[in-house]
Design a protein around this ligand. Structure first.
Ligand SMILES: *Cc1c(COP(=O)(O)O)cnc(C)c1O
Length: 494
């Protein structure tokens, strides 16, 4: 029970969930999974009678059994407190005949807050007594960086360093990062692309000389990547909690199945839905919605995952991904824990750029998962139609999911569309989708125009940026990133 987690690629060594959270990835490159997933099914009567916080404690207690109830209770209080602008944390609202699950009420206005407000709490409990300090290093294409900064800012014994590609994030996203307060945070723009940032962060993690210099100071590097068990587990909560909201609204009878449609990139969000199903949530379908980077649509249709394709830059940038890392966990569970199969598929992906999954495993996957795609034109049209017909303003990622959901034949179940970002995070693209000209307008001009056009209000977390001072103006070349991390460690852990 204590050593609960092992790698998707080998069951030989097992670790506690605290160890898995501190390590992030298993030493053999696999992801941490537990064979006990599904042994404990949550009691729906309890879930339907309680609030988000109680369900979070229940879910985390099941998935992270070596944390005590007291530890988890204080993590939940710290992660889901007054920094959320909705008391429900993740409220469910009507979307025509379907439902919108609003996951963007946290401090950075994207769904990543659900996990990244919690991960630092879990890490800081896990490292208690160990004495080492943790510097989290992250490359971001926009959303993750700010969510990590906000989550780790001020958390005892931890620091966070974020790299973003210079000139390649939205104006609002940049301002969110460069105004971040906190004595343990560092932010730097890099002359290059997101892939350059990401590639160099991977090299920094593999740099043994750097690691030993930091170890002398008692510092270890860690990542806040979405493959971390500590990011996956918190996301299971809102699947259960949204079901409870449906039951309390009287639209679903307890035990009746529902369908979720999820705008997908790294497969973390939708995988949490699969965990919820294994833990007893009545789920008919999990619908994987992709943008023009439709590698998952092809995979679910053909059984072959093929990353050898062009990368498309879209207006839903957080889903611009060719390798969906968390899919490895689904392959593990759908093959009934066949580590050898998972190892050989991942070797194929690394060596040949593609793999083909046996039909029996695909049958298992397809019994739960459906899929669909939306290109940028579909996405814009969906933003326009949803505003015109339903008076609901949605962001481009959510619009991808709504387009896919609308194309699906109705099966009589209640359907929940996951909404992963505030439309105000992507003001320019949303305005353009509504038919406005945005040429030459900066982020705040677009924010004003979007408020005026829709008579909705920008979240205070974003409109408040106007008054915030720029605190981080470093720009460096890729080669200097390692040095930046080292000096950030020196400064933060004085
Ligand atoms: C990260 C992100 C996604 C994709 O989530 P995954 O867990 O990577 O599949 C979708 N929408 C938004 C706004 C995001 O920030």
């Amino acid at each position: 029970m204590n050593t609960f987690y092992h790698s998707t690629r080998s069951a030989a060594d097992s670790v506690t969930s605290k160890q898995a959270i501190l390590a992030g990835i298993a030493p053999d490159g696999g992801l941490y999974v537990s064979d006990a997933l599904g042994e404990t099914r949550l009691a729906l009567e309890d879930v339907c009678a309680q609030d988000f916080h109680a369900t979070a404690r229940l879910v985390l207690g099941t998935l992270l059994p070596d944390y005590t109830a007291d530890e988890l209770a204080s993590c939940v209080d710290a992660a889901y407190g007054a920094q959320w602008d909705s008391e429900a944390v993740c409220p469910l609202t009507p979307l025509g005949t379907d439902w919108l699950l609003e996951l963007y009420h946290g401090p950075t206005c994207a769904f990543k807050d659900v996990a990244l407000q919690m991960l630092p709490q879990l890490m800081s409990v896990a490292r208690a007594g160990d004495g080492r300090k943790i510097m989290v290093v992250t490359a971001t294409s926009g959303d993750t960086g700010k969510a990590a900064l906000d989550g780790f800012a001020g958390v005892e014994g931890t620091g966070v360093t974020v790299f973003y590609p210079y000139g390649k994030v939205s104006d609002i996203q940049r301002l969110q990062m460069v105004t971040q307060l906190g004595g343990n945070v560092a932010v730097c723009a890099v002359r290059g692309t997101f892939d350059d940032c990401q590639g160099e962060v991977k090299r920094i993690f593999a740099d043994r000389e750097l690691a030993s210099r930091l170890a002398e100071r008692g510092v270890v590097l860690s990542s806040a990547n979405s493959i971390n068990v500590g990011r996956l587990a918190p996301q299971v909560t809102y699947y259960f909690d949204s079901y409870a909201q449906l039951v309390r609204r009287g639209v679903v009878r307890m035990g009746e199945e529902v369908t979720f449609c999820v705008p997908t990139g790294n497969f973390g969000d939708v995988l949490a839905g699969y965990y919820a199903k294994r833990m007893g949530l009545p789920v008919r379908r999990l619908v994987v919605a992709s943008n023009a980077n439709d590698v998952l649509t092809d995979f679910l249709t053909t059984g072959t995952y093929d990353r050898r394709r062009d990368f498309h830059k879209t207006i839903s940038p957080s889903m611009d991904i060719l390798v969906s890392s968390n899919l490895e966990r689904l392959l593990y569970f759908a093959s009934k824990g066949d580590c050898e199969l998972v190892t050989s598929l991942m070797a194929d992906l690394a060596e040949k750029g593609f793999y083909t999954v046996p039909e029996r495993v695909m049958d298992e996957i397809r019994s739960t998962f459906a899929c669909g795609r939306a290109d940028d034109a579909d996405t814009r049209e969906t933003i326009f139609d949803t505003w015109r017909e339903l008076d609901v303003l949605i962001d481009p990622h959510t619009a991808v999911a709504k387009h896919v959901l609308d194309a699906l034949p109705a099966d009589g179940t209640e359907r929940v569309c996951l909404s992963t970002a505030s439309p105000y995070k992507f003001c320019a693209d949303v305005l353009a989708a509504l038919g406005e000209v945005t040429d030459g307008m900066n982020g705040f001009a677009c924010m004003d125009a979007l408020e005026a056009k829709t008579r909705t209000a920008a979240p205070a977390q974003l409109s408040g940026l106007r008054a915030d001072a720029v605190l981080h103006d470093d720009v460096c070349d890729r080669e200097r990133m390692g040095g930046f991390v080292e000096s950030a460690c020196a400064r933060v852990f004085l």
